[in-house]
Structure formats: C-alpha cells, structure tokens
Write a protein that binds this ligand. Structure first.
Ligand SMILES: Cc1cc2nc3c(=O)[nH]c(=O)nc-3n(C[C@H](O)[C@H](O)[C@H](O)COP(=O)(O)OP(=O)(O)OC[C@H]3O[C@@H](n4cnc5c(N)ncnc54)[C@H](O)[C@@H]3O)c2cc1C
Length: 369
C-alpha cells in the first residue's frame, strides 16, 4: 500500500485545493481514531466535536487530498431520483427505498443546518426519462416519505426539446471539496494526511511506516478500500467517471439532470457542463478501485454531453474517475456499519449516495458517545 496515490487526474473540485501537509508527529493514544478523511470520516469527526464532552479525535488519511469518492464526485445533494427508485424497489422492495429516501432527506437537512455558510446551487433536479404510469403512481409515495410535495411533474427542456419530466425542487448542487474543507475547519479533531493505515484492530492502528496509534474506539471510514483492512468486508469497489466541458451555451434547463434511471447525471458548474455515468454499460471493467479514467467512457460521456447540450461546440477540459463502495456490490439494501471487534467498526459502502447519507450515520454514531 502506498502512502499517497498521486499523481492522478484532479477533479474539477480538487483543482482549487492545494495538497495537505504530512504531519510531523502523531499522538500515541486517542479516544477515537478515524481512518479515512472522506465525507464519512470528516462528518464523524465533526459531530464528535459537537458532543458536550468531546473525545480526542485523530483522523488518518493516506492521501494528501482524499483518494476515493468525496473529492471526485458530482456533488448532487439529492434524496433520490424517481426512475432509479422504481428500479431499486423492484430489487429490494419499496419499503427499503422509502427508508433510504427518508435518511437522505434527513442528511440534506443536516448539511443545510450544520453548514449555513456553504453555498448551494438551489436548482432542483430533473429526471429526463419518460414519465410512465408506474412513475406517476410512485410520486405520491415518495412525497409522503419525504414529508413534503417535493416531487412533481412539469415541462422540462433538454437540448431545445420540451417534455414532461419529474422535477424535485428540494435537490441542490454542492461543491464537494468546499464541504470537505468546511467540515475539517468546523471540528477540533486533529487531521494527519499522508498517513496510511496497514491494520486497525483491538485498540491499535499500525501505519505502513510502522508507527502505532492506540485508541478507545476506531472507525474505518475507508469506503471502497474496506477489504484492504478487513478481508471479510462485503464492500465492493465501483468506479465512476466524470467530464467537465469548456463553458457552454445551451437551451437545456440548468437544474441537476438525470437520464437512464440515474446512471447518467449532469449539472452546470461555472457555466460548464459536468456529466458522469456510463457505468451500467461497462459494469465489469468499472468494478475496480483503479483511479484511471478510460478512453471508452470518455467517448461515451462526450457523446452524452452532445445529447444534453444539443451541439458539439465544446472541449472536454476535465476527465476524472472516483471510486464508490457498494455493500455486497449492490446499489442499495446493505448497512454501511459493520463491527470488526469490540472497539473497532467499519463504516463504508454508501454507493452513489454518500453526500446525503454520510452525515446521517455520523450523527447517529456520535450520539452513542
Ligand atoms: C464519480 C462519482 C460521482 C458521485 N456522485 C455523487 C453525488 O452526486 N451525490 C452523492 O450523494 N454521492 C455521489 N457519489 C458517492 C459519494 O461520493 C460517496 O458515497 C462518498 O463520497 C463516500 O464517502 P466516504 O467518506 O465513505 O468515502 P471516500 O470519500 O472514498 O473516503 C475514503 C477515504 O479513506 C481513505 N483510505 C482508504 N484506505 C485507507 C487506509 N488504509 N489508511 C488511510 N486512509 C485510507 C481514502 O484515501 C479515502 O480518502 C459519487 C461517487 C463517484 C465516484
């Protein structure tokens, strides 16, 4: 295992972020050790810092940014898209889907409440898949679970063509790296970057350079890399690829957008189109923790961008990959919390939903202290 897996293509968000410095020294013992400085690790450190008697917290991150999903995602602060939830309901049942929607809605409320200074793009989201009868019947159930009529059908414009589409007025876009930074700055926890953990169990973490840190409780928030620390972890990696174009003009609505049951997604950032997806077409190749983008997916995303914009008058300025973790390899239905031993737990495997779900689990765990 390497201490820092750079270089790789920076995401659009990471390009404004200087690498963090490596720490000179580590404490010999802490109350709580967090491994991984993605959303899960940082939200956990944040909420632990809000306790009446906050425990001492150390966050160990092997990268100088984050290496995985949190600084490389699309930044959709969303409680779910109708077509995707319909497909999930067929697989895991409607109750599980509605419960996840409730959790994500709570997570969005937590982001808004805890990070009032964070700028969000309050644009809502549009699902451009055809509005079928099954979708029409699902919407009242989604609104009931959400506790508000956030889903509705309205006219939406894609590449100059207007059609009825499901709109979610509560969804927003977030700058993931600014959220990561705000979490770190809002917490008294100590962060150590460039600190790779080789093992974490039975009250002691051993780093790849041989240093040791003892702990009262530890949480391995390592997402797709969970099996590197616990061979029996059910978390399976899945790569997602994203492009950002040059600044563009278009008649497409400037909301968050979904196509193909949520597998493809896009939004507008600083006048550019960000578009990701295509995993469903290359499932085997994308079941990997390698952070390299591929020419195949680049070509797919470029043509998807032409469909969204209605023209090809742009360049691809950024192309990057991020790594998700899926419990049991499935999109939905498995718990991310997993006990390793009496003092050690893994919290990993939020799939494509961690922006909203991580704060919920972090708040839940911190309440146990
Ligand atoms: C392309 C893409 C688009 C996405 N879009 C969205 C979206 O729009 N909305 C949404 O809700 N979700 C989205 N997701 C999913 C979301 O990004 C993740 O669910 C979330 O970031 C997971 O956070 P995490 O902290 O669990 O994991 P990560 O962000 O992967 O963090 C885990 C960290 O652990 C560190 N680590 C691993 N092993 C070790 C070790 N041994 N020692 C020290 N450190 C270690 C890694 O370096 C990494 O930084 C997307 C994901 C991808 C890949």
């Amino acid at each position: 295992m390497q201490t820092c897996r750079m270089p790789r293509n920076p995401s659009y968000w990471e390009s404004e972020l200087p690498p963090e410095a490596a720490p000179a020294a580590l404490p010999a013992r802490v109350d709580v050790l967090v491994v991984g400085a993605g959303f899960m690790g940082r939200w956990l450190a944040y909420f632990l810092g809000k306790r009446a008697n906050p425990p001492s917290v150390l966050v160990l991150e092997r990268d100088r940014y984050t290496y995985g999903a949190s600084s490389r995602n699309a930044g959709f602060l969303t409680c779910g898209q109708a077509g995707e939830m319909l497909a999930d309901a067929a697989e895991v049942g409607l109750d599980a889907v509605l419960e996840t929607l409730r959790l994500r809605r709570h997570g969005i409320a937590l982001v808004r409440r805890e990070m009032p200074g964070l700028e969000l793009d309050e644009c809502g989201s549009t699902d451009y898949d055809p509005v079928t009868q099954a979708i029409r019947e699902l919407l009242p159930r989604l609104n009931e679970a959400a506790g508000d009529n956030i889903y509705s059908i309205r006219e939406a414009c894609l590449a100059g063509h207007t059609r009825p589409a499901v709109f979610n007025r509560a969804d927003a876009g977030v700058h993931p790296v600014r959220l990561l930074k705000a979490l770190q700055q809002g917490s008294p926890a100590r962060y150590a970057f460039g600190a790779a953990v080789r093992s974490v169990a039975d009250g002691c973490a051993v780093l790849t350079d041989g240093r040791e840190v003892r702990y009262g409780r530890a949480f391995a928030c390592v997402n797709a890399f969970a099996s590197e620390l616990d061979a029996s972890s059910p978390v399976v990696p899945g790569r997602g690829q994203v492009i950002v174009t040059s600044p563009v003009s278009t008649r497409t609505d400037r909301t968050l957008g979904y196509m193909h049951a949520g597998y493809d997604y896009f939004r507008f950032v600083d006048g550019r189109l960000l578009i990701g997806g295509g995993r469903h077409l290359h499932r085997q190749a994308e079941t990997t923790s390698e952070l390299e983008g591929t020419a195949q997916l680049l070509a797919y995303l470029r043509s998807a961008a032409v469909r969204v914009l209605g023209h090809g008058d742009f360049s691809v300025d950024y192309h990057w990959a991020g790594i998700m973790g899926f419990v049991g390899g499935r999109h939905l239905g498995g718990s991310p919390r997993r006990r390793v031993d009496a003092s050690t737990e893994q919290v990993a495997g939020f799939g494509g939903m961690g922006v909203a779900l991580a704060p919920v689990y972090a708040q839940q765990i911190a309440a146990e202290f």
